[in-house]
Every structure is written in structure tokens, then in C-alpha cells.
Design a protein around this ligand. Structure first.
Ligand code: SAM
Length: 340
């Protein structure tokens, strides 16, 4: 174990000492994957390096890794010598392997291990030493990287997009970037353009506030245990100027309604924003103000058209505040295709 403390920092990054392989550690600590925590481990160093490379130059930057597990991606991050690395892992069983990495890199890396739930973690507390960067200047040197637990990936992304839109959390430091894995279908939804079959609420929400790119696909068989699906690696960088000034929550609510009935006219979903007694009138007015065809299907709407509907709804709510908290879903059973 003594050799593990000897780390050398080369110009091109840090060389790790002869640590046991991730595969050996998983075996040694009997780290059987827990399905409820969406645990699928990446053991292939070329792939973990490729994910970290997709984040861009992280040398001397601030990195928050979500769900490091046994530490495959963590090692690839450490080799790039960020200024500070915070890892947030819910499963205590991984703490020894993460502490091993922290100990091995302590001479040149400030690594903090947080044993907790990323859904409760306040990203603004990760990097108190990082100076604030001008939103309209270069990207902030702050990166959130993670092979995300599938079960919470969409929820996490929506939370982070919201923080991005309000310039809070990791985005209080400037335009911080995300490099994340999703189930391939979700990754395709995030970047789906108008007319695409995968177009959904998630596509619109991402494209209003960020530039999202699907960098590459990792086949399911690269993970242990193998998930039923392939995985897409997506980078998300905030736009300097988002496509709207309407509040995130309003755009999210309207986009959710627009895409709630994919096979029907978009008018049908939008109508459910309003209570029955004013539904017909306000729906007609919404499409008139927005100058959008109410008979279009949701996937046929551009991001700008979705935003014009959100802006029209916003205007109408100001005139008719009594409709603001109307919730159609409270009275209806949620349907499968409303999930995204
Ligand atoms: N990064 C590792 C890799 O690529 O091999 C593990 C990825 S695995 C898909 C997801 C990881 O997230 C697991 O280590 C799991 O324990 C952790 N995790 C699941 N839910 C979490 C949560 N709510 N907060 C923090 N970590 C979580």
C-alpha cells in the first residue's frame, strides 16, 4: 500500500501509483451492484478517459462528480489534475475505495468525499474558493461530471437546468458545464430537434437554456452489470443569452402540457392549462397571441413556437391570476407519455 501514496504530477496530468484495478476493488470489497441505486460500473479506462475528455480541459478547474461508485471516472478525473474535486456518493460501501484515491492524490489534489444524496446536495457549497465568472465571458472553470444513476437522471437534469436558468447553485459561479451519461433514448431526447420522433419537453427545456451535444454512445455491454440499454454521453453548456426571459417554472409547465398528448393536436395539451369554465376562450387566445397553429402536433413545434405559447400563457395568467394554480393533473391519472 505504501506505493499508493507516491503520486507524480506530470505536465500532461498525474500518473497514478499501482493501485488495484477497479475490477479487483469491486471483487475485494464484494461491491455487488444494488439495482435500486442504478449501479452500473464502468471498468474500462479508455471509456472513463473518453467521458472526462468530453468535458474539455479540466486541468486546474473545479469538478463535482456525481455517483463515483468504485471510482473509475474519478481516476480519469484525477489524472487531469483539477484544482478541486468533490465526489458525492450515496452508497457508503464505496467510501474505502474513494478514500484510497483521495489518499493517493493528496499531494497535489484537494479531494472531498461527500457521503450523501445528490438530490439534497447544494452545488453552491462545493467550491467556496472558486471566484465568480462573468456570465457573458468564457465558461466558468466548473464542471459537473457523472455516470448518473438512471433512476434520477431526468429529475437531476431538470433541477440543474432550473438552477442554470436562475444562475444559482453551481451557476452562481458563472456558466458551469455538465458532462453526463443518460440512457441512450433520454440522451437523444435531450438533443432532439423539431420534427424528430424523440422531441419532447426535455428537448425544449434544454434548448432554451443551453447548448446540448450528444458526444458518443457507450454500448450497454461496457458496464458491469450490463444494463438493458445503451448509454449516451451528453455535454450541456449554458447559453450566454437564453431564448426567453420567462421563468423556468412557467416554461416547464407549458412545455409539459404541450407534449402531454404527442399524437394529438397541441391545442389539446395546452387547453389543460386552463380550468374548464374558461378553457375554450383562453386556449384560443393563447394560440392567437402566440401566432402558432393549434392543429400542429407537439413534435412539429420549434423551440421558439413553444416559447411563444409560454409567453402568451404568462401574459394571460397576469390578466387572469385565478388560473395560475389550476392543475389539470391533480384530477387526472398521469399517463405514461407525460413522463418526459
Ligand atoms: N461512476 C461509477 C462508474 O461509472 O462506474 C458508478 C456509476 S453508477 C451508474 C451510479 C452511482 O451513483 C452509483 O455509485 C450509486 O451508488 C450512485 N448513486 C445512486 N443514487 C445516488 C444519489 N441519489 N446520490 C448520490 N449517488 C447516487
Amino acid at each position: 500500500m505504501a506505493a499508493m501514496n507516491v503520486l507524480s504530477k506530470a505536465k500532461s496530468g498525474a500518473r497514478l501509483p499501482p493501485l488495484p484495478t477497479i475490477r479487483d476493488l469491486v471483487r475485494l470489497y464484494k461491491l455487488r451492484a444494488i439495482k435500486q441505486l442504478s449501479q452500473n460500473f464502468l471498468m474500462d479506462e479508455r471509456l472513463t478517459n473518453k467521458i472526462v475528455k468530453a468535458a474539455g480541459n479540466i486541468n486546474d478547474n473545479y469538478v463535482l462528480e456525481v455517483g463515483p461508485g468504485p471510482g473509475g471516472i474519478t481516476r480519469s478525473i484525477i489524472r487531469k489534475t483539477p484544482r478541486k474535486l468533490v465526489v458525492v456518493e450515496k452508497d457508503r460501501r464505496f467510501l474505502p475505495t474513494l478514500e484510497l484515491l483521495s489518499e493517493s492524490s493528496k499531494d497535489f489534489l484537494n479531494m472531498e468525499i461527500v457521503n450523501g444524496d445528490i438530490l439534497d446536495y447544494r452545488t453552491e457549497q462545493a467550491f467556496p474558493d472558486c471566484p465568480q465568472h462573468d456570465w457573458f465571458g468564457k465558461r466558468a472553470p466548473v464542471h459537473i461530471i457523472g455516470n448518473l444513476p438512471f433512476a434520477i437522471s431526468t429529475r437531476l437534469l431538470i433541477n440543474w437546468l432550473r438552477e442554470m436558468s436562475l444562475q444559482i447553485g453551481a451557476w452562481s459561479l458563472g456558466r458551469s458545464s455538465l458532462t453526463l451519461t443518460f440512457q441512450k433514448e433520454v440522451a437523444e431526447r435531450i438533443v432532439a430537434p423539431i420534427l424528430s420522433e424523440q422531441r419532447c419537453r426535455l428537448s425544449v427545456m434544454n434548448q432554451v437554456w443551453s447548448k446540448a451535444e450528444l458526444k458518443f454512445i457507450i454500448p450497454g455491454k461496457a458496464f458491469v452489470p450490463k444494463p438493458d440499454v445503451d448509454v449516451g454521453v451528453v455535454t450541456i453548456v449554458p447559453l450566454k443569452t437564453p431564448l426567453t426571459t420567462v421563468h423556468f417554472d412557467v416554461v416547464e409547465k407549458v412545455a409539459r402540457h404541450i407534449f402531454s398528448m404527442r399524437q394529438k393536436y397541441c391545442r389539446r395539451g395546452v387547453a389543460n392549462l386552463y380550468p374548464p369554465e374558461v378553457r375554450e376562450d383562453l386556449t384560443e387566445l393563447t394560440f392567437k397571441i402566440a401566432d402558432v397553429d393549434p392543429l400542429a402536433r407537439s413534435f412539429q413545434l420549434s423551440t421558439e413556437e413553444c416559447l411563444r405559447i409560454a409567453e402568451a400563457y404568462n401574459q394571460l395568467v397576469m390578466k387572469h391570476p385565478e388560473v395560475e394554480h389550476y392543475n389539470y393533473r391533480a384530477q387526472k391519472v398521469q399517463t405514461i407519455d407525460e413522463d418526459y
